[in-house]
Structure formats: C-alpha cells, structure tokens
Write a protein that binds this ligand. Sequence first.
Ligand SMILES: Cc1cc2nc3c(=O)[nH]c(=O)nc-3n(C[C@H](O)[C@H](O)[C@H](O)COP(=O)(O)OP(=O)(O)OC[C@H]3O[C@@H](n4cnc5c(N)ncnc54)[C@H](O)[C@@H]3O)c2cc1C
Ligand code: FES
Length: 295
Amino acid sequence: MSDVCTSRALTTPGATVLENREIARGTFLLRVDAPEIARRILPGQFVMVRGPGEGSDDPLLGRPFALYEVRRDASGEPVSLDVVYLVIGRGTAALSRRRPGDRVDVWGPLGNGFGPSPGPGEAVFVAGGIGQTPFLALGREWLGQASHGDQPRETGTPVSAATLLYGVRSADLLAGVDDMRRAGIAVEIATDDGSAGRPGFVTNLLEERLRSGEKPAKVVACGPPPMLAAVARLAREHDVPCDVSLENHMACGFGACFSCVAPIVQDDGRPDLRRVCVEGPVFPADRVDWSKPSH
Ligand SMILES: Cc1cc2nc3c(=O)[nH]c(=O)nc-3n(C[C@H](O)[C@H](O)[C@H](O)COP(=O)(O)OP(=O)(O)OC[C@H]3O[C@@H](n4cnc5c(N)ncnc54)[C@H](O)[C@@H]3O)c2cc1C
Ligand code: FES
C-alpha cells in the first residue's frame, strides 16, 4: 500500500479492506487501510472508493462516501478510516462483495467539510436515509472529543450537546445508532412505517423543537433533497443557522467533469452552478437555490 499525492488529495491505490460487514439492511461498514488519508480527513469531507469488479475494471468510476470515522491506534495515531454505505446500484453492490484482504482504490480527502464548532449551544443534526454518515465524526469533533486533520485550523467553541434526528423508511435500515450514542450524541428516530421511534417524517421532529422555542447554535442536515429543502425552510423561518451536505451524483470527485453541479446563490444574490465535489459538499442552507433541482 502506498499513498500518492495528487494536489491536496491523496490516492491510495490498492488499499487493503480491513473490514466490510453489514450493519443494517443493505448497509455496510467498510474499513480501509489508508493511514495518510485518515490523518488528513475532516468531518464532512469524503473519499472516492472504487472496488475493482470481479476480473475487470467495472465499475470504472469511484463512488463518493462521507467520512464516518477515523480509527486510531493506542497512541491516538490515525491508522484507517471507516465509511458506511447503502447498496444502491452497481458500484455499491460490487463494493459489498469485497472481503477483508481484498484491495480497493481510495482517493481523498475531497470537498470542504464542515466549519468550526458553533458552541457553546446545542448542535442539531438532521439525517434522512443514509445521510447520518457524516455526523459521527462531526459530533465527536464538535463535542470536543476528537480532532481531525493534520493542519492548524479554527475549531470553534465545543457545543454543549449534539442531537441527531434520524429518519429512515423502516427500523431495519437504522445504521450506527449505537456508535452515535456511545459518542454522546443523543438520537431521536422517525420512521415512515412507525417501526421505530416516531411515525412520519424526520422534519416533524425538527419542526416541533423549533416551534417549542428551542434555539440550536446550528442545524446541519444531510439526506434527500426534499428533506434538505424542508430543513432549510424551517431553519430560515426560525432564524437558526443551517448548513446542508449535498449528495449530488459524482463522476470524478475532484472538479474536472462538472457532473455534480448545484445552483448556489452568489454574493450578488444570483444563483450560479457550483461543483459540489470542490466547493461543497457542505453549503449554508440559505445559499442553495432550492427552487431548482440539482440532481
Ligand atoms: C459527497 C457525497 C457523500 C456521500 N456519502 C455517502 C455515504 O456516506 N454513504 C452512502 O451510502 N452514500 C453516500 N453517498 C451517495 C453514494 O455515493 C451513492 O449512493 C453511490 O454513488 C451509488 O453508487 P452505485 O454504483 O451503487 O449506484 P449507481 O449504479 O451509480 O446508481 C443507481 C441509482 O441510484 C441513483 N443514484 C446514484 N447516486 C446517487 C446519489 N448520490 N443520490 C441520489 N441517487 C443516486 C442513480 O441515479 C441510479 O438511479 C454520497 C454522495 C456524495 C456526493
Ligand atoms: S464530480 Fe467531477 S466535477 Fe464534481
């Protein structure tokens, strides 16, 4: 295994798969031996992973996955990184067949990541579907339990509490809830079918909190675009700062193909297309033009 520097991102061709196990229905935790990327990556940044197909290069393109967690050795040195992914199509299905000892190509860290901790108030994370994945590392960082990256940067004031509002279609899709709770992140669940937590949309949980007068220091959301648009609207109505992490389709992951663009409102008030893989994936919610589809 060797890490090759390409601009600010590193490529780890043939990174060893250390673990790849199903943790919820169709949802896998992949641990890869990529210590240099693990050392640099920040919460909210992502890596592209390409699991070579059986005997071929199919699928040729990597697939983007958010940092779930950096694994460290006894001295605190980053040694590997975890992503959690839902099997959707060809790329993730091929990845789910990788076994410990197999090789995958990994490149990153990519994207901007989340900003400094907005403490001392509370952070509220809102996740829909597989959108919970960035919030373990972010919660640890904002609660002051872990720091990420190898460059000096502004880290802000730790938050007093972090809560994840987590919505999925049904209970068997819940992934990583115990990890979140162990990290001190409170978790409230909503399911479409009522099989766990509150029946209905996760945005109802946010709306109730905001209507009751709660004023989080920041709301951060990741999930399907309609959910993100609803969270952005609620945050705006209740005057709460809000960031969203977009999950647009990506091909290259480093700014070359423009397949990932989203309409982002510029300083002059006009929307312009921006590459989510470079300028994002994290944007202030009030900078996304929600009237235009970005997928
Ligand atoms: C910055 C970023 C971070 C991400 N982090 C995670 C993560 O941590 N865990 C995770 O499970 N997924 C994450 N995703 C989404 C993940 O990359 C896609 O699910 C994956 O690329 C699908 O690949 P595939 O080959 O299995 O599906 P494909 O065969 O490429 O697509 C199958 C179907 O799914 C649709 N599809 C593909 N990608 C997306 C998407 N991004 N949004 C909506 N529909 C899509 C396609 O249009 C097609 O209909 C992230 C995406 C981005 C951009
Ligand atoms: S994925 Fe190629 S420019 Fe963003």
